[in-house]
Design a protein around this ligand. Structure first.
Ligand code: NAD
Length: 296
């Protein structure tokens, strides 16, 4: 069994990005600048945003964190979005989801300038991705594509079962895997909560991407010998033996599935770190475009 070590791969790619940033700034450009907007004090969101900001620092990007109180109004948030859209010093930005319940996530996502939408959530970027045009790809699915690519996992002609159809993971994952590209060219079955014969479908899969948010959902009896298993799930599960009182659990029952499959991502240390790397790569692309345009 091959452990698809997203943490180690992310470290390698970050070194490559840092080298590229040195070259980029050496050519007289300012460092790429990512802005993160965090509304409220959700614990998991704070951790994710903290990782993103720290990763920027590691590769030589500039990063700015806007922390807004939970009671921020829609108007205030939209005003910040408009400001970030107009700020030539900001290459890309993210508004960390989920937002507190009284805020309209869709309106915020639609208001982000597609050229700065480094999360790849705007319909323009989703549409361009679907058509195979250059686009900011959603960070988690793109991170998974990079794991498959760098570890040399053959995807062409393979049957891939994606579990979960969210806009940020399952659905874009199914599009990227089925595109005429490498990695890609999979035959994809996109499954969800209404799928009837999920275990049977999974047993037919060469590659399984589990992204449903149910701890240890995918068990060994659902996986055929030699499959490749990608675990996207991150759930905080109470664990009194840990200092912080919880541990992170994936959607895959790691021990039993690992014994059966050809390759698998761990949780933590699999897909998560690669999600952050995708965001850095999108931001670097945004900076290259923004600064090339500014020179014209
Ligand atoms: P979501 O809740 O938006 O979507 C879950 C999907 O799973 C839905 O489409 C639903 O139909 C499907 N589903 C639910 N129960 C099912 C069942 N019994 N059988 C089949 N399908 C079922 O979740 P999301 O935002 O896509 O996130 C999924 C998981 O991935 C969560 O644990 C989340 O924390 C994690 N996640 C991890 C990263 C990362 O960087 N590693 C990034 C995003 C999300």
């Amino acid at each position: 069994m091959l452990l698809l070590d997203g943490k180690a791969l992310a470290a390698t790619i970050k070194e490559e990005i840092a080298e590229d940033v040195r070259r980029f700034t050496g050519e007289g450009n300012r460092p790429p600048h990512l802005v993160a907007v965090l509304v409220g004090d959700d614990g998991a969101s704070q951790t994710y945003v903290g990782n993103k900001v720290r990763s920027c620092e590691q590769v030589g990007f500039r990063s700015t964190l806007h922390r807004l109180p939970a009671e921020t109004s829609q108007e205030e948030l939209m005003a910040l979005v408009a400001e970030l859209n107009a700020d030539a010093e900001v290459d890309g930005y993210i508004v960390q989801l989920p937002l507190p319940g009284h805020l309209d996530e869709e309106a915020v996502t639609l208001a982000i300038a597609p050229a700065k939408d480094v999360d790849g959530f705007h319909p323009t970027n989703i549409g361009r991705m679907t058509l195979g045009l250059p686009a900011y790809l959603p960070a988690t699915p793109n991170g998974i594509m990079r794991i498959l690519d760098r570890y040399g996992v053959e995807t062409s002609g393979k049957h891939c079962v994606v579990i979960g159809r969210s806009n940020i993971v399952g659905t874009p994952m199914s599009i990227l895997l089925s595109r005429n590209a490498n990695p890609g060219n999979c035959t994809v079955t996109l499954t969800h909560s209404r799928t009837k014969n999920l275990a049977e479908l999974c047993r037919q899969a060469d590659i399984i991407v589990a992204a449903l948010g149910r701890p240890a959902f995918l068990t060994a009896d659902m996986v055929r010998e030699g499959a490749v298993v990608i675990d996207v799930g991150i759930t905080r599960v109470e664990d009194a033996s840990r200092k912080r009182g919880y541990r992170l659990q994936g959607d895959v029952d790691f021990e039993s599935v690992a014994a059966k499959c050809a390759a698998i991502t761990p949780v933590p240390g699999g897909v998560g770190p690669m999600t952050v790397v995708s965001l850095l790569l999108n931001t670097f692309d945004a900076a290259r475009r923004q600064q090339a345009t500014a020179r014209v």
